[in-house]
Write a protein that binds this ligand. Structure first.
Ligand code: ADP
Length: 273
């Protein structure tokens, strides 16, 4: 009858759609891979000349007596623009590489004590925070190790911590908290800074997205920091969430799955790592 015919037709349309989509996916994925490879190659190629420019400019700036006072300002503008471009090519290269599953963990994965990484970053960012008049508080509420890539994890938290300090006015605080539940290491990077408007919150993790283009560019950064943080968290099987309120502050929370050893109840000091 009519009903059966409709079902058969629907089924055929569905099958055709499935077949078409399978055929379409392959080339799209291939060109996507090619685009990533191009990004990786392009940023790699750009890095060399940029580093050469930077080196020459630095040599010139080391001899201020040879520079006409009128040119000193231009030279420092060239230096900072070049540094920013180097940073940008490095970020692009990193993103293009972590995007390809085969090269996600070139250095391999090993048990990493998160406390060590966070403590190092707090020390590293101390001077920057002090200069900005921002206080960093670190609280290790649990000793947690996860399987991961040390330099990538350091980069993840470095990006969040730098933002926390960057987007917090003088007199504010950045609170770093290491915690865990049964399945995840949980790291809060909370600040008492400028915050993010609710309508802008969905975009913060997008590549090159910035709340205030003019201000952000003046203060440096590439607009790729959070995209990189998310890519690293995802590579480790984790995720990042954000809560924020304008003029009150932001809290970025990182979830990273615990390794098998860490899910036992032994305290960190008694565990073999
Ligand atoms: P960048 O900081 O280099 O601009 P990010 O990807 O790290 O790039 O951040 C994207 C944008 O998200 C920033 O330009 C800023 O507008 C906003 N943002 C990130 N972190 C914070 C924060 N802690 N407080 C307020 N705004 C933030």
């Amino acid at each position: 009858g009519m009903g059966m015919g409709a079902v058969t037709t629907l089924g055929l349309v569905g099958l055709a759609g499935f077949w078409l989509s399978q055929r379409a996916i392959e080339p799209v994925e291939q060109s996507f891979q090619r685009l990533k490879q191009f990004t990786a190659d392009a940023s790699h190629e750009l890095r060399g000349p940029l580093t050469a420019i930077k080196a020459s400019v630095d040599v010139m700036r080391n001899h201020p007596e040879r520079i006409h006072p009128k040119d000193a300002k231009k030279l420092s503008a060239i230096a900072s623009a070049t540094s920013q471009m180097i940073e940008l090519t490095e970020d692009l290269l990193f993103l293009a590489r972590t995007d390809t599953p085969s090269s996600a963990f070139e250095g391999g994965r090993s048990p990493i004590a998160l406390n060590t990484i966070l403590q190092e970053l707090v020390d590293l960012f101390g001077p920057f925070a002090q200069e900005k008049g921002v206080q960093i508080d670190y609280q290790e509420l649990a000793a947690v190790s996860i399987d991961g890539d040390r330099s990538q994890l350091s980069r993840l938290f470095s990006n969040l911590l730098r933002n926390g300090i960057q987007y917090t006015p003088s007199g504010g605080r950045v609170i770093l908290r290491l915690m865990r539940n049964n399945r995840f290491a949980i790291i809060d990077v909370k600040d008492t800074g400028i915050g993010i408007a609710p309508e802008e919150l969905p975009f913060v993790f997008d590549r090159f997205w910035r709340a205030d283009k003019a201000r952000s560019r003046r203060e440096g950064g590439t607009g790729l920091g959070l995209s990189i943080a998310v890519a690293i968290a995802q590579r480790h099987g984790g995720k990042i969430t954000v809560n924020s309120q304008l003029k009150v502050g932001s809290c970025f929370t990182v979830y990273l799955p615990l390794n098998a050893a860490a899910t036992s109840s032994l305290p960190a000091g008694q565990r073999r790592e």
